[in-house]
Each structure stands twice: as structure tokens, then as C-alpha cells.
Ligand binder design. Sequence first.
Ligand code: ADP
Ligand code: NI
Length: 218
Amino acid sequence: MTDSEIVEKTIAFVKEQFVGAEGGHDWFHTQRVFNNTLRIARDEKVDLLVVSLAALLHDIADAKFHNGDESVGPARAEAFLKTLPVPGRVRQHVVDIIRHISFKNSLEGPPSFESDELFVVRDADRLDAIGAIGIARAFNYGGFRNRPLHDPDIPPQTDLTKEAYKKSEGPTLNHFYEKLLLLKDRMHTQTGKELARERHAFMLQYLEHFYAEWNGRA
Ligand code: ADP
Ligand code: NI
């Protein structure tokens, strides 16, 4: 089987996993992360099969939708990869990336796994959390959880631990300060940093308008 046939098979599998998914964590999110990954990878020296498979499989069972269980996604990805003719080291690398890609895990202290391939896919995933798409995804997720858009009496908590972050029930606007606005400075690749700058600036502009309208100044 060629690498592109392996990628095609993976795309078909991943699409099936997302039937009925929340709008911010669905096949289209995965497709955007896959496209961002290919774009970033053009300027990096990475294994293209590894980053492609990791991008496609990174969110098939997000812990948020599995009672916080973080083992479901990597286990499901590993089981699927075993059905494909890919070398064991490729499979292991992809599973390691899926296990370590999450923002929450970066709140826990020094990472236990890093690779250039992880940096590429993680930047690709983080880009989709910011900018116009990032704003849409945050409010969609907030709606899905029935959270208020904004509540001036509930300030953001910027020093969240991983467990507190997972439990956070705050208004969606707080999520900008708890995560989205922090991502720009956490990008690793040159392309990721450049794309993040523009998306970040757009979020700041958005927030300015939001507060102006909220306070009746616009
Ligand atoms: P990661 O998967 O990188 O650990 P999360 O699962 O916390 O990150 O978040 C993924 C995306 O889900 C965010 O970028 C955002 O769009 C949405 N999201 C997660 N938590 C919240 C929240 N409390 N309010 C609004 N959106 C959220
Ligand atoms: Ni993702």
C-alpha cells in the first residue's frame, strides 16, 4: 500500500468516527488541522506520513466527550493503525503525538515526550483554536455546554492547573484569557508563529468590539 493509500484509508476511518460530533471538534476541524499540518510541514524536516496520520487521528476520541478519559483516543488510534501496513515505529510515534498534543497537558509541567513531528501537528491544531475559526469554535463549545457568553462578575482564571482547566465551567469569553490568547507565544514552528500572529491580532480586535457593544459604546 502506498503512503497516499494509507492516508486515504485513514481519512475514511476518521470521517466515520465523527458522525454526530460537536461542531468545533468534528471532521472539518480535523481536515483543517490536516491542511495546516501539510502547510507547516513544507518548511520543516519531518516525516510526512507520521504528521499526516497524527493530524488525522489526533481528535477521534477527545477526553472532553469521554468523561475526561484521556486513554480512549490514543488506544483507538493505535488499534486502527494496527490494521494498516505501517512500521511499528511510525505507529508508536503517531500514538505518542496524540497522547501529548493537548493544551491541558502543557499545564502539567515539563513534557515527557517531544519531537519535531509533534511540534508541527500541535501548531496546526493550535492554529485552529485561534482567529476567526477559533472564536467560532469556542462559542460553539460554550453553547454545547450551555455556558454564558460573558459574565463581568466572573473573572478569568489564568493560573489554572490541568484538573481545574478540565473542570472549568466559566463563561466562554474567559476561555480567551485561559487559553486562546496564550497560544501565540506557544507556537514552535516558523510558519505556525507567523500564521498565529495574524489570528491573534484578529481576536484582540474582536474582543475590543465585543466589550464596546456589551457596554453600549458601539
Ligand atoms: P486541547 O484539546 O488542546 O487540550 P481543549 O480540549 O481544552 O484543548 O480545547 C479544544 C477547543 O475546544 C478549544 O480550542 C475551544 O475551541 C474549545 N473549548 C474547550 N474548552 C472550552 C471552554 N471552556 N470554553 C469554550 N471553548 C472551549
Ligand atoms: Ni484538535
